[in-house]
Design a protein around this ligand. Structure first.
Ligand SMILES: [Zn+2]
Length: 122
């Protein structure tokens, strides 16, 4: 996967999530509630949006916590990756625009930072 492909994919993922969740006011909040079942999960827990609108009721605790944390962290992580890719671009010498060796030499693009990101998304 090239970095251009990754940028397109990250932007598409971001747009998909924003479209699917346009009716919700993030971040979500998971509130454990009610008695605990045999698994230790609270049976009447509520997942609500930032305005307090109930989105789901009775989710297993793990799913509720995941939804809450994902709503907080996903967009920030995607935005951070896109900013990182904007900083680490191919320059006119085919080196990374942000990285430099200890001797002041250019680092061939993709640099280790970009290679690490691509490795995760491949
Ligand atoms: Zn770099």
């Amino acid at each position: 996967m090239s970095t251009d492909d990754l940028r397109v994919r990250l932007e598409a993922d971001k747009n998909t999530i924003q479209a699917a969740t346009e009716h919700y006011d993030f971040p979500l909040t998971f509130q454990p509630w009610g008695g605990q079942n045999q698994n230790g999960d609270y049976a009447e827990s509520i997942l609500m949006d930032h305005r307090g609108e109930t989105l789901a009721y009775g989710l297993p605790d793990g799913m509720g916590i995941f939804a809450e944390q994902a709503s907080i962290r996903w967009e920030k992580a995607t935005t951070a990756l896109l900013k990182l890719l904007e900083l680490h671009k191919r320059d006119e010498y085919d080196d990374c625009s942000a990285c430099m060796s200890a001797y002041g030499d250019g680092i061939p693009y993709p640099c280790p930072t970009v290679e690490s990101i691509l490795e995760v998304y491949t």
